[in-house]
Design a protein around this ligand. Structure first.
Ligand SMILES: [Fe+2]
Ligand SMILES: [Fe+2]
Length: 388
C-alpha cells in the first residue's frame, strides 16, 4: 500500500522531473535525462525510448543498469532501427492504441494479445526482460509522438517485480511532460538548422561569384571544427565557429566582377580591390548584439592576416590577430591548395601539408598548424565527405 505521504512525495518528485525536463534544450541530453529520471522514479533496471518517424517507431535511446554494471560492449546496433507502427510489438501496440501496457512477464504473454515480445536483444546480451511498463508519449493535442518503455521494476532486495499499478498513471504523466520537452527541443533544433541553412545560403551567394563553391564552405567549416576540437575549445565556441566560419568570404559580394572573376593574375591595383573583401565582410557583419555575428566579423576581417605580420588588411602580427581568424586562415588555405583552380592544379594532401608545415610561424599560427597536422586523419575524412 502507498500512504498519502508517499503519494505526495511521488507527485513532488514528478513535478521536479517535469521542471528538469523543461529546462533541457539539447535533444540528446534530454533523451538521456528522460530515461534516467523515469527509471529512478519507477525503480526500473532498464528503459528505452521510441519516437514516431516516417510511419514507424524509431528506437532512439536505451539505458540498462545491469548491462552497464557488467561492463564490456553492449549490442547497440538497435539505435536508429525501426519498429512497425502496428500491434505486433509492445511499443507498436502502445503507439497505435495510445494505451499503457503493464506486463508482469514479457516471456509469458496471454495468448489472446496481438503483440509479441522480441527476445533477440535479450539473447544477444544475456539479459532477461521480465516486467515491462510501456506508456505512450502524448503531446497536449492527444497525438502520440513516441513510447517510453521501462523494463524490470526492482524491489528493495534488487529482485525483479511487476510494476505497481499506480505507476501507470504517474508514468503517463511523466511521459507527457517528456513528450512536450522533446517536441520543444526538436523545434529548437529545427530553428537552429534553418538558421544555419540561411547562413550557408547567404555565404554561398558570395562564393558563387567566385570559383569557390558551397563545398568549399562545407570543407572549410568541417576542417575548422576538427581543429577547434583538437585545440580543446568548448562546445559553445565550436558551435559559434560552425556557424561563423562559412561567412568568412561574405565580403566578396562587394568585389567587382572584373576582379573577382578575372582568370589571370591580378594587377597590384586589382589585388588591392580584392583585399577589400575582408573589410566589406566586416562591414556586412558589424554592429550585431549577437555573439555569433561578432565572431563572424572577427573571422571575415582577419582570415588573411599572417602570423608574421605580412598579411592583410592590417598586417597584424602573432596574437594581435584574433584567435578565430588564425584558426580559419589555415583550413581556408588548405582547401584552396587541395582544390583545382584555373591557374593551378589541385595539390595532394601530402604536398599541401608540407607547404603548411613550411609556413608554420610565417603564414600560420604554429599552435593551429600543430592541431591541424595532429588531426590529419579527420581532416581527410571531411575532405572525402564534402567533395561536391
Ligand atoms: Fe578570403
Ligand atoms: Fe574561402
Amino acid at each position: 500500500m502507498i500512504s498519502s505521504k508517499d503519494s505526495s512525495e511521488l507527485l513532488h518528485h514528478l513535478n521536479r522531473i517535469g521542471i528538469a525536463l523543461s529546462c533541457e534544450k539539447d535533444l540528446d541530453r534530454l533523451l538521456d535525462l528522460i530515461l534516467r529520471e523515469a527509471r529512478i522514479f519507477a525503480r526500473a533496471d532498464a528503459g528505452s525510448l521510441f519516437l514516431k518517424q516516417g510511419g514507424g517507431l524509431i528506437f532512439i535511446a536505451a539505458q540498462n543498469e545491469t548491462l552497464d554494471s557488467r561492463g564490456g560492449e553492449q549490442k547497440s546496433d538497435y539505435y536508429g532501427s525501426s519498429v512497425k507502427l502496428n500491434n505486433e510489438s509492445i511499443a507498436g501496440h502502445v503507439a497505435v492504441t495510445g494505451k499503457v501496457l503493464n506486463i508482469p512477464d514479457a516471456y509469458h504473454l496471454p495468448s489472446e494479445v496481438p503483440y509479441r515480445f522480441l527476445k533477440k536483444f535479450d539473447e544477444e546480451n544475456h539479459y532477461r526482460t521480465c516486467s515491462v511498463l510501456a506508456v505512450p508519449m502524448n503531446i497536449p493535442n492527444g497525438e502520440v509522438i513516441g513510447v517510453l518503455q521501462l523494463i524490470n521494476a526492482m524491489n528493495e532486495q534488487k529482485e525483479t517485480v511487476p510494476f505497481p499499478e499506480m505507476f501507470e498513471e504517474l508514468m503517463l504523466s511523466l511521459a507527457s511532460q517528456a513528450a512536450v520537452a522533446i517536441r520543444n527541443a526538436m523545434l529548437l533544433e529545427e530553428i537552429k538548422q534553418a538558421h544555419l541553412d540561411t547562413i550557408f545560403r547567404l555565404s554561398k551567394a558570395a562564393e558563387y561569384r567566385d570559383e569557390d563553391t558551397e563545398a568549399h564552405l562545407r570543407r572549410v567549416t568541417g576542417y575548422t571544427i576538427v581543429v577547434a576540437k583538437k585545440l580543446g575549445l568548448q562546445t559553445k565556441e565550436i558551435d559559434f565557429l560552425r556557424y561563423a566560419a562559412p561567412m568568412h568570404d561574405i565580403g566578396k559580394l562587394g568585389v567587382p566582377d572584373a576582379v573577382l572573376l578575372k582568370p589571370g593574375k591580378l594587377t597590384p591595383e586589382e589585388f588591392e580591390l580584392m583585399k577589400k573583401h575582408t573589410l566589406i565582410g566586416a562591414k556586412i557583419l558589424e554592429g550585431s548584439d549577437q555573439k555569433l555575428f561578432q565572431i563572424a566579423k572577427e573571422i571575415a576581417i582577419s582570415h588573411h592576416e599572417k602570423f608574421n605580420g605580412t598579411g592583410y588588411p592590417y598586417g597584424l602580427k602573432g596574437e594581435a590577430i584574433p584567435f578565430y581568424g588564425r584558426i580559419v586562415a589555415l583550413p581556408d588555405v588548405f582547401d584552396a591548395l587541395t582544390s583545382k583552380r584555373v591557374y593551378k592544379p589541385a595539390f595532394s594532401v601530402a604536398q599541401a601539408v608540407d607547404m603548411i608545415r613550411e609556413e608554420s610561424g610565417k603564414h600560420f599560427d604554429p599552435v593551429v598548424v600543430k592541431a591541424f597536422i595532429d588531426s590529419l586523419d579527420e581532416i581527410v575524412q571531411v575532405k572525402e565527405k564534402e567533395q561536391t
